[in-house]
Structures are given as C-alpha cells and as structure tokens.
Design a protein around this ligand. Sequence first.
Ligand code: ADP
Ligand code: ZN
Length: 601
Amino acid sequence: MNEIEITDVLKRYFGYQNFRPMQKEIIMNVLNKKDCLVLMPTGGGKSITFQIPAILQDGTALVISPLIALMKDQVDGLKANGVKAEFLNSSLTSAEITNIETKLLGGEIKILYISPEKLISQYFTNFLQTLKISLIAIDEAHCISRWGHDFRPEYTQLDFLKRYYPQIPIIALTATADKITARDIIKQLRLVDVIPFISSFDRPNLSLNVLPGQKKIDKILDFIKTNKNKAGIIYCLARKTTEEMASRLKAEGYSAEFYHAGMPAQRRNEVQTLFINDNIQIICATIAFGMGIDKSNIYWVIHYNMPKNLESYYQEIGRAGRDGSRADTLMFFSYQDVVTYRSFIAESPNNSEIEYAKLQRMQEFAEAQTCRRKILLSYFGEYLDKNCGNCDVCNNPPEHLDGTIIAQMALSAIVRLDEKVAINMLIDVLRGARKTELLQKEYNKIKTYGVGKNISFNDWQQYILQLINQGFIEIAFDQNNSLKITEAANRVLKKQLNVTLAKPIYKNFVDLNQTKDKEVLAKTKIVNDSLFERLRILRKNIADKDNIAAYLVFTDATLEQMVIYKPTTEDNLLKISGVGAFKQKKYGEIFVKEINIFLNS
Ligand code: ADP
Ligand code: ZN
C-alpha cells in the first residue's frame, strides 16, 4: 500500500483532496501493523485514520466506542459514502443482531462499531475468533483511565484484545488526555512499540469570549442576533435554567428546545434528532447533551455558567465549528459559579485536591487579562508563540487604572467587618445600602460605611474579583464565603503598595467582535448568498426524504465550496472538497442542475 493509493481512497470515498496533518502518517502506520496512540482535538479528523486502513484491507475492522449515538452517526456517515459499516450495541433487537452476525460471517462488513459491553461478553469474544479482523480502533480511549475525566470501568477489560490478537494493530484515539492519561492508555491496553501522534489542540476557528455574568439574557439575545439562523448550543448548569432559557427564546421567536437528563429517554432522542437534522436552531442543555454528537454545522456555543474545568470547557466549545468554519463561543463568568462548584466538590464522597485545582485553573482562565487561547493551550501542554487575535482579550485589551484607593476602601471595610461578611454584603456596606440585615447588624455604624457609593454595584463586583485574583483577598469557603484579607493586603492598607485594576467591561458580544477579519466577512457573505440558501434547501429536502441528517448529504463547508466554484458539470463537482465518487453519483445531477438554474436565472 502506498501514499497514492491512500490518497485515492480519501478522494473516492470521502471526497477530500488532501490529508490533514498527521492523518497520512497514522494511516501508513496502521497499514504497517503498528500500534498507535492518536491525540487530536475534536473535529481534527481522527475517524478516517482508521476508516481508510479498514477500507483498504481484507477483513473487518472493530471500532470500540462507548457512545451509542456516535456509533449510529458514524455508521450513517460511512454508508452515505458507500462504505459497508454496521454497529452492534444494546439498542438493537435480537433479529437485527443476528442479521449483522450473518453479514460478519459472510465477510460483508468492512467496519463494525461495537460497544465495550457487547464486545467483552463471553459469547461475542468467542464469536470474534471466527472472524478475520483487520484492525482494532478504540475511540474515546481516555475512558480507560481513572485519571481521565470520563472513566468507564468496562474499558479496563479491553486488555484482553492484545492477548487474543497480538498481531493485529490497535489504534487508540482520544481528544482529551493529558500526559498521565496517555501513559495509562498505553499501559492498560498493553500496546507495544506505540507510535504516539499528538497533534496541536488549537482550534483557531473558534473565537473565545468571556463576559461577566450580569444581564445574561440581554447579552445572549444580542449574540444570537449576530448568528442568525445558525445552529448553536447554550449550556446551563441547572435543568431548570435550560427550560426557562428555551421558553424565553421561543417567546422571542426562535426555534429552541431544552435537553437534560431528567427528561424521558425518548424525548431526549427526539430533541437530539431534531437538532441534528436542522429542525431546531438552538438547544438549551445541561452537559448531558452533546457527547458524541457529530454535527458539523454547529456555529456557536454559549456557557450560561462556567464549566467545572478546562477539559469540559474545551470539549463543549469544541462541538462548534467542526467543519473548520468560523464559530463563536461565549462564556459567562460569575463568582457564584465558583461557589457552587466548590460546594459540589466538598459534598462529593471522593472530593479531591485535583478537582479543586482544576476549578482554580478554570477560574483563572475566566478572569484572564491576557490572550485566552494561550492560557487554554498551556493547560493542555502547548505553547502558542503569539497572541491569537481571536479572543476577546486580544480584540479588546483591558484598560487599567490606579486602583489603590478602591482597594483600600474594600480592604479596610473587610477588616472593620471582622472578616465576617461575603461579597454582596461587603458591597452593600461600601455603597451605604439600607437593607434590613445590614442595619440589624449595625454595619451602618462602621467607618467605611458608604465610602464607595459613587461606584456601581456591578463595578464593585468586578473590582473585588480582581482583588481576589491579585491575592489581596481570600474567600473562606468553609465560613459562608466570608472575605479575609491577606498579608499583601496589609501593605496596601499601610500605603506601601499600589494596586492596578482593569476597568470593568460591560461590552456585549458585538462590541467584542468588531475586528472580524476579511475572511470572516467573506464567509458571512457566502452564507447569505442566495445560491447557498438554494443548495441548503435542496439538501434539506433530500435529507428529509431519505430520513438522514442534512450534513450527511453534504456539510456546510462543502456547500460553501460549491457556491465559490459553481461547478456546472458533474466532473467539476467531483473536484469540490467533500464530494466523493459515491455522493457524486447519488446527488451530483440534482446539485449541478440547481447550480445551473441559479446561473441562468
Ligand atoms: P474527530 O473524530 O477527530 O472529532 P472527525 O473524524 O469526525 O473528527 O472529522 C471532523 C470533520 O472533518 C468531519 O466532517 C470529516 O469529514 C472532516 N475531515 C476529516 N479529514 C478531512 C480531510 N483530510 N479533509 C477535509 N475534511 C476532513
Ligand atoms: Zn487571544
């Protein structure tokens, strides 16, 4: 097998002209029967690294995946490209299973997706011995490790694979593994002479934005306006919020639904399918939504609440822009989120220092005053040598002011309140509020009462957060979140140390993104182009008729290419990225016809 042959398969079955970084090398290694570990971000293109060797070799490739929804998507996608694939998991009837087993025995299946539960059953391991296996791919391989963030005990039993099939290459794939997890994967699967392929985790097409968690609804509505008709997800911490958010958006005329683990499974599937098939624009969901969703045309992700760690954050925003188009992400941050997570961790039976540390890193990211992508990538062990130019900090560097007096007011109030109050009460005292509890406790009698009334409540919130970040104030989470001053704070109070603060930001998303580059504007134009609309409608009609997701016909990126190059013959259509021989035959005529009608009208 040589490079020309594999490139030919890439074109013929998947319609792509070129490999992405590392894909070719991984494929060649698998073809040479070598074990591989593939660490690539979501959307990086992991699937074809085992699909192409599977197509090229005799026998059946086993793909082990814990995600039933993902299996169906992947199999549908492969079938749409003319590859013989099936899946086996608990969602099938026994008749369906028998049917697939017959096909397997007849050598009619090139790629078999299978859940770990199914694979490790005694019956199936015996059945497997009668088949010719070409390779074994283990997707979501981080699930094998207790150090990873999604441990699945069934995965630890997969070590039998190497013992039973020492000659068959194993390829372990994941989008989320730090060094410890990566080592653990290799050890537990007993991989030998492993060749690691670790690609950059950077997703430059995702814009990163963080806004203070005040007036969230207004900001969300603004944001969605700039993403008209584009599919997106709003992640919320509480189930109730997902429901409220969805009904609010519906009231504003958007097509939106909610999704959380408290709903019946059937309704969950229904909502998920509606979203995948472009029948709903917006999903308001808890983190229960999205595992294994391979929808390439999600263009934005909002975090109504801060996620609990950067792995989750990256995985969730990573669901946007999978086809490489520009996608926007927006996260709201408020101190309440930190308090909530800390109490979750404290209450969980095996609360660990690691979880607190991860939360801390998440918070540092949210409060960053320097390029966010640098911080994010450094968490995953990568170094970015220049600022990204596609995050809110790069687009709007913060302005600073001398905050010494502001800091002194807050710190001295904390001292006079005997370090007994939490953030909101502190602000009320500084602003001279006349609330019942405050008056009952006679906080209106302390010397700093009302000294900060010229500063708004919201500004105070942001200043105090900064003082916490800069190490002048600490929160005693175990004492009703009361604020304490630190050693460094004493130096500020004694006028030995000056404090610099950033001006509070009240920008909305549109202000943050005025500096969109030309390429982005060009993209926006393409999407508004009426040919794009026509092709989109055509695609939707075909998908509805065949009862498959629209992106399985062609992705948005492929439609955009058609709008740019306007192929008027089926031969030229084949040159478009994403159009393989199978799809050319199936859809070529009808798409070329639509383009010709557009050009002649
Ligand atoms: P992952 O499993 O790493 O999250 P996928 O394998 O699902 O990512 O690939 C993400 C998207 O990129 C898919 O739509 C896939 O068809 C596309 N893709 C993969 N390889 C290429 C390539 N060489 N050229 C263009 N698109 C590609
Ligand atoms: Zn940046």
